[in-house]
Design a protein around this ligand. Sequence first.
Ligand code: EPU
Length: 448
Amino acid sequence: MINTFDKITDQSYALAKKGDPLFGAVSISGAKNMVTKIMTACLLAKKGKLIIKNVPFISEVLITLRLFDQLGVKYKLNVDKTLEIEPQSFRSSKVKFEGEEGNRISLLLAGPVLAQFGEATIAKPKGCKIGLRKIDFHVQGLEKFGTQIKETDEFLFMKLGAQGLKGTQFRLPFPSVGATENLLITAVSAQGESIINNCAVEPEIIELVKFLQRAGVEITLNGDRSIKVRGAENINLSEFTVIPDRIETVSLAAAALATKGDVFLKNAKQDLIVTLLGLLEKMGAGIEIKENGIRIFYKQALKPISVTTEVYPGLATDFQQSLAILFSQVQGLSHIHETIFEKRFGYLEVLNPLIKNNKKFTISGQCPKGQECRFSGQGHQHFAEINGPIEFGAGEVAICDLRAGFALLTAGLLSDGLKISNLKLLFRGYEDPVAKLKSLGADIELKI
Ligand code: EPU
């Protein structure tokens, strides 16, 4: 398979259309939302070399490496998907993004940079435009560790008091993935013990906890979503492996079922998608769990279903886009109640004009009856009704966010011909998605 992530330009597009059901075997790559966090945690080491294995070739990794360049961190990304990191002294306390480029990782560098310089100038995180994506929990948490923070539109200017980073207790108002990771990494550099309450416990966070534990940090995860960390002078670990990407797993599984296909997802892990597998089972999908992967196959007409996205172990918000396309192929009414991000159904609005059989995706600001969520009464368009089966005609769409990108590719495989542009967003988080679909027999071409 050719790795194309660094060749995609603003002009690149994909052409997809209805063809044979997806069939065959494909490998799941390393997890996007884990690899960059482990890369950041490596910066807690003061010497030596750390090797991260199973690094996905996606531009999210490159964007993070460009932040490392500014800090002067040495690294080598090898063809065998290992990333060697030599975290020595940083040469700068400032990180910024170039042009349009960006991700959520800049903010996670705060702890390691503050620990060395006592100050940090950090570009505000960017990323998919799927909601407000406030950073108030990060700011409040870092302040509790003893950081003074001033904000401009683009940057956070941080300064430590005379006592440096000091251990603290902080309760997250909501189990935010990024804020949990940020405060865990910061806690390692702080003096004494810290307790973070109401943490997110997504599998990628558990991997971060495992990484820190193996690196010699005293860290305990409790049943009440609290994590206790004892600050450490240094961490020490030679290598760590990235788990398979559960979001890519679900994206491919949904595409297989939507095309009435039969695929084997090599390396896919049951324990990362238990909730989702239960849901597919309920719909009537064929599932075979093996030691080295998971087979997903269409065996009968699927049943419609209503789902709600939630923090882990609930159904991940990153799964709903591919599921919406799958639901569009099922006879009857399915629903998705999105409770993590305020505005994550933009891709359905993009698809509506392409529908040729008098159906549509209906998006509303109301919670389903009796299921009020924290967005209740605020008018955020966070509830989708999908009345299948939907038939997609021909046309053009531009990807509006990463996960929507794969959903649009899948819609393309059910259409009379779809041109999908803005691929940079897609290749930020999926490794060779077009080549993988093509290897399963999809009628899809990548035009670089
Ligand atoms: N939130 C705040 N204030 C904060 C932080 C978060 O109000 O300071 C809110 C957010 O606005 C959102 C909710 O808390 O409504 C959850 O956000 P969270 O912080 O958990 O999200 P994140 O860390 O920015 C990560 C993933 C996302 C994934 C979410 C939820 C990375 C790089 N990104 O984002 O992945 O959807 O957790 O699981 O890990 C993707 O891969 O496409 C993607 C968007």
